[in-house]
Design a protein around this ligand. Structure first.
Ligand code: FAD
Ligand code: NAI
Length: 474
């Protein structure tokens, strides 16, 4: 007789492990299977998915180390601190990153034990619908579950003519394990990974060139933020070429040679020591046997779901990168909690309008809600408050005066429609805007809230006041 569970979660990333834990908290018997693609010394399933193993966490560890290196090299002297020229020991930096990853992936195993979630080692693939729900093959055994949550995530998109070996030509996985500072680093795609990993290696001394297909820089961000970011990154020495068409990349003992057409259609060749390919991600549906059970995919190969993450199959849900929406860990986790609560008959909820975005560059970039260009395109009348960090005492004390907060509020109701930050600690500051928007707050509400002094959060306060043309310190 096969193992039986109330809920089987396929995939142990942020969407999967959070769904499993929340479902177990709600009283379901839960198993989670993980196909374990990440090297583990004991050959055990490693939980945490892309995010913990080869995404959010390791990239932020490298960003932190390289930020300290850049501060020691450039900013300390401005504050009267003299240190000898800093040197980077890349293997130590990578080992530290790996220790953090191990600690966190191991921690999720502990959370599974605490919540009595059964961990199954193996790829999950649908076999058939049965009286008891769904039969799913995991490794060599078939398990049966009344409900299934698919959280199989995504993998790096590669380009034809640019073979990835994760040594000289890397996607996000190899990019997090580069073992020495490349003299010249090329990156295809100036999106989130390109800018974050480009920043890491630029700070450590690489000459970095980013080749981006789109004619506009960072077009997902608010137009003013994108302009400021382009200016700041150019000053930092990131060479960003827009409007290119990639030909091919060839790796040899000498490095990597990339051919492309520039924005004028002129043929160009770029020689580099390493190449990172970061041109987006594709949903992981391989091996699920979607076609056997009739699981519907959308035109982009993602699992087709409604606003509550229900698929077309009864009792089968899907969350995270494998469905539509931004490919972000916190979005996957929100959907996971929503699904577990809906399964338990509760009113699970996920507000897709208040999912924040963060780029962990320096300065950081963060936003939530609509951009100014979206409001213009939608014909919405809005008010705008924009305050530079240079007008804030704490920012001056920290030497972090670059950037601004820009708040957009409805011209009639004053409801906050979008907040866009480029500046120090934007990743933390954006939470205030998320809370405000989640509760439908007006800019006047934020303007009337007491903000501690001196803090960077006062820039948020002033931006709210500026929506009503009454900033106090600018
Ligand atoms: P995943 O994390 O991809 O997990 C899916 C899991 O399912 C994997 O472990 C996989 O092995 C497993 N699996 C797949 N198929 C099967 C199967 N058939 N059976 C069993 N198991 C299976 N997001 C942020 O919010 N903030 C960041 O700072 C951030 N930084 C990132 C940096 C990088 C370099 C990358 C690549 C991504 C980053 N992301 C970030 C995105 C984030 O990692 C993803 O949005 C998030 O991991 C998605 O979670 P998920 O659970 O949907 O999928
Ligand atoms: P991305 O979608 O952010 O950027 C890809 C870039 O590559 C785009 O600018 C695109 O125009 C460009 N591109 C596509 N095809 C190209 C081609 N043929 N030639 C040149 N340029 C091309 O994707 P990225 O950076 O790979 O990251 C994947 C996802 O991972 C992100 O969208 C995000 O969801 C997640 N992520 C989130 C982070 C965060 O929250 N801080 C950090 C890193 C990744």
């Amino acid at each position: 007789m096969s193992k039986q569970f109330d809920v089987l979660v396929i995939g142990g990333g942020p969407g999967g492990y959070v769904a499993a834990i929340r479902a177990a908290q709600l009283g379901f018997s839960v198993a989670c299977c993980e196909s374990n693609p990440y090297a583990d010394p004991k050959d055990e399933p490693r939980l945490g998915g892309t995010c913990l193993n080869v995404g959010c966490i390791p990239s932020k560890a490298l960003l932190h180390t390289s930020h300290l290196f850049a501060e020691a090299g450039h900013s300390f002297a401005l504050q009267g601190i003299s240190v000898s020229t800093p040197k980077i020991d890349v293997p130590t930096m990578i080992a530290r990153k790996n220790t953090i990853v191990d600690q966190l992936t191991g921690g999720i195993k502990g959370l599974f034990k605490k919540n009595k979630v059964t961990l199954l080692n193996g790829r999950g693939s649908f076999v058939a619908h049965s009286e008891g729900g769904w039969q799913v093959k995991v490794g060599d055994e078939v398990v049966e579950a009344k409900q299934v949550i698919i959280a199989t995530g995504s993998k790096a998109r590669h380009l034809p003519g640019v073979p990835v070996d994760n040594k000289l030509v890397c996607d996000n996985e190899g990019a997090l394990d580069i073992d020495a500072v490349p003299k010249k680093l090329a990156i295809i795609g100036a999106g989130v990974i390109g800018l974050e990993m480009g920043s890491v290696w630029r700070r450590l001394g690489s000459e970095v060139t980013l080749l981006e297909a789109l004619p506009e820089f960072l077009s997902v961000a608010d137009i003013d933020v994108a302009k400021e970011a382009a200016r700041v990154f150019a000053r930092q020495g990131l060479n960003i070429q827009l409007g290119v068409t990639i030909g091919e990349a060839k790796a040899s003992r000498k490095g990597v040679s990339i051919t492309y057409d520039d924005k004028h259609g002129q043929a160009q060749k770029l020689e580099a020591d390493r190449l990172i390919v970061s041109v987006g991600r594709i949903p992981n549906t391989d091996g699920l046997n979607a076609e056997v059970v009739g699981l519907r995919l959308d035109e982009r190969g993602r699992i087709d779901v409604d606003a509550h993450c229900r698929t077309n199959l009864p009792g089968v849900w899907a969350v995270g990168d494998v469905v539509s929406g931004p490919m972000l860990a916190h979005k996957a986790m929100e959907e996971a909690v929503m699904v577990a609560e809906l399964m338990a008959g509760q009113s699970g909820h996920c507000n897709f309008d208040t999912i924040p975005w963060v780029l962990y560059t320096s300065p950081e970039i963060a936003w939530v809600g609509k951009t100014e260009q979206q409001l213009k395109a939608d014909g919405v009348a809005y008010k705008l408050g924009r305050i530079p960090f240079a007008a804030n005492g704490r920012a001056l004390g920290m030497g972090e005066t670059t950037g601004f907060v820009k708040m957009l509020a409805d011209a009639t109701s004053d409801r906050i429609l979008g907040v866009h930050i480029i500046g120090a600690n934007a990743s933390e500051l954006i939470s205030e805007a998320v809370v405000a928007m989640e509760f439908g707050a007006a800019s006047e509400d934020l303007a009337r809230i007491c903000h501690a002094h001196p803090t960077l959060s006062e820039v948020m306060h002033e931006a709210a006041l500026a929506c009503d043309k009454r900033p106090l310190h600018f």
